[in-house]
Write a protein that binds this ligand. Structure first.
Ligand SMILES: Cc1cc2nc3c(=O)[nH]c(=O)nc-3n(C[C@H](O)[C@H](O)[C@H](O)COP(=O)(O)OP(=O)(O)OC[C@H]3O[C@@H](n4cnc5c(N)ncnc54)[C@H](O)[C@@H]3O)c2cc1C
Length: 418
């Protein structure tokens, strides 16, 4: 009997969450998949690693998921790792105002009708029920409205809407697209507390989102190759026919396809003429190795501090500062000192600052402005066998885990349909 010709393979370039989601969807549809990753490990902007200075594993940055992030949960379910996420198990968001010292906890009720607004103790201090009607304005956000222009001003804005927008969009609300915020809230807060239960990895990002995906792919014949920075795509007759790697040229045979799941700026280099977002915002993460149990694990939002969100784990306290381009030139020790004052206030610490790592992710996400949103291309390209994936493609969401995973699945579906 003649040997059956091998099933044509799909080449996935980039092993961030978009690439891994695309690879998993393709493998599930019966395709052979090879993933080419430039770095020594997968995960891209959502990964864990061993930090020698701190002597422990840390995440490149705190990542928060909400229960309304359906694609992200479906992704975890595919690999059986939903339970690797922890959190309060209900929609609770504790806050501390650093200027006044007030603490409160936002507790949206589970259903779509916001009964919680009728319970004074559930409201943000200093706000009235009618202030929350401002959220309805998001429904008519135009292509030009910024978050600040639509929602700005007042206590509710300062104590809830502004921190929410900065966390979701990683862009200052004065420039951020109200439409992108509306898209996030429509799937979470505006659907009720059941859709905004916060969760984050108990161990690390890689343990939840990356390592199980790689193991799942490999168990089904998928291959993941590290240290393979792809340079140069060859395009002939309207399709990709080859691409370069440090090991040499990889031919893309007839019937084979490519998912380009690299960051926006790499995609723009590889595909001359492709329009992609070209302005980015940084996120800073400051990890303190406290080496002891701070008693109250969890997370808390800070208003009016240097830190914005604090994640307290048994040995590590990690702090996030979003929309942080303004801090990129600030020396790390200065940032760490300022953030430690916030941490000490939250945890009632009087001890000196412990060992710390300041991570500056310079191009953490594209800037979620209208102008940048308009530069996002769809998954489908004019090339018959090439689809794009990445949080910067036109997902309708800001750059998030949810957006990255959806983009990978859309890219896979595009190729499968073709
Ligand atoms: C600090 C930080 C905090 C964040 N917090 C949150 C959060 O709380 N909630 C949330 O939902 N999202 C958050 N995000 C966003 C989320 O991490 C990203 O949206 C998501 O990880 C993007 O995945 P991606 O696959 O699109 O891109 P990437 O992760 O950038 O993946 C692209 C991959 O391509 C590889 N690559 C690059 N060039 C090449 C090449 N030439 N050849 C081969 N491979 C290449 C890269 O090494 C990388 O592995 C955060 C991001 C950061 C940085």
């Amino acid at each position: 009997m003649m040997p059956r010709p091998a099933e044509p393979q799909v080449h996935v370039i980039g092993a961030g969450l978009a690439g891994l989601a695309a690879a998993a969807a393709l493998v599930e549809a019966g395709r052979r998949v090879v993933v080419y990753e430039a770095g020594p490990a997968a995960g891209g902007r959502c990964r864990s690693y061993f930090d020698r200075g701190l002597g422990c594993r840390i995440d490149n940055g705190n990542h928060l998921l909400l229960s309304g992030n359906h694609a992200a949960y479906a992704y975890l379910d595919r690999f059986g790792t939903r339970r690797s996420l922890g959190g309060p198990g209900e929609a609770v968001f504790p806050f501390l105002d650093r200027e006044t010292g007030e603490r409160w906890t936002l507790r949206p009720s589970p259903g779509r009708i916001p009964w919680w607004l009728l319970g004074r103790r559930r409201l943000v201090p200093g706000t009235r029920v009618r202030d929350y009607l401002a959220l309805l304005r998001l429904r008519r956000a135009t292509e030009e409205d910024t978050v600040e222009a639509l929602l700005g001003g007042g206590t509710l804005y300062r104590r809830l809407l502004e921190p929410l927008a900065i966390a979701a969009l990683n862009t200052h609300p004065g420039q951020a697209s109200a439409r992108l915020l509306a898209a996030v809230l429509a799937e979470t807060l505006l659907r009720g507390g059941a859709h905004c239960i916060p969760a984050y990895p108990r161990l690390g990002l890689s343990e939840s989102f990356v390592d199980p995906a790689i193991a799942w792919l490999q168990a089904r014949g998928g291959r993941v190759l590290y240290g393979r920075r792809v340079a140069g795509l060859t395009v002939e007759d309207g399709r990709v026919t080859a691409f370069g790697t440090p090991d040499g040229t990889v031919a893309v045979a007839a019937g084979e396809a490519v998912v380009l799941a690299v960051p926006a700026w790499v995609a723009a280099d590889l595909l001359p003429g492709l329009t992609t977002p070209d302005a980015h915002e940084a996120i800073l993460n400051i990890h303190f190795r406290i080496g002891s149990d701070p008693k109250h694990a969890g997370f808390i939002g800070l208003i009016g501090g240097t830190a914005e969100w604090m994640f307290i784990k048994p040995e590590i306290i990690s702090v996030t500062i979003s929309a942080a381009n303004r801090l990129l030139d600030e020396p790390s020790p200065v940032i760490a000192e300022a953030v430690w004052r916030d941490v000490a206030a939250v945890c009632d610490f009087t001890v000196p600052m412990p060992p710390v790592r300041v991570l500056k992710e310079k191009r953490a996400t594209f800037a979620a402005t209208h102008a940048q949103d308009r530069r996002r291309p769809p998954a489908r390209t004019p090339l018959a066998n090439l689809a794009l994936a990445g949080d910067w493609t036109a997902t309708g969401l800001p750059a998030t885990i949810e957006g990255a995973i959806r983009s990978g699945e859309t890219a896979a579906a595009t190729l499968l349909a073709a």
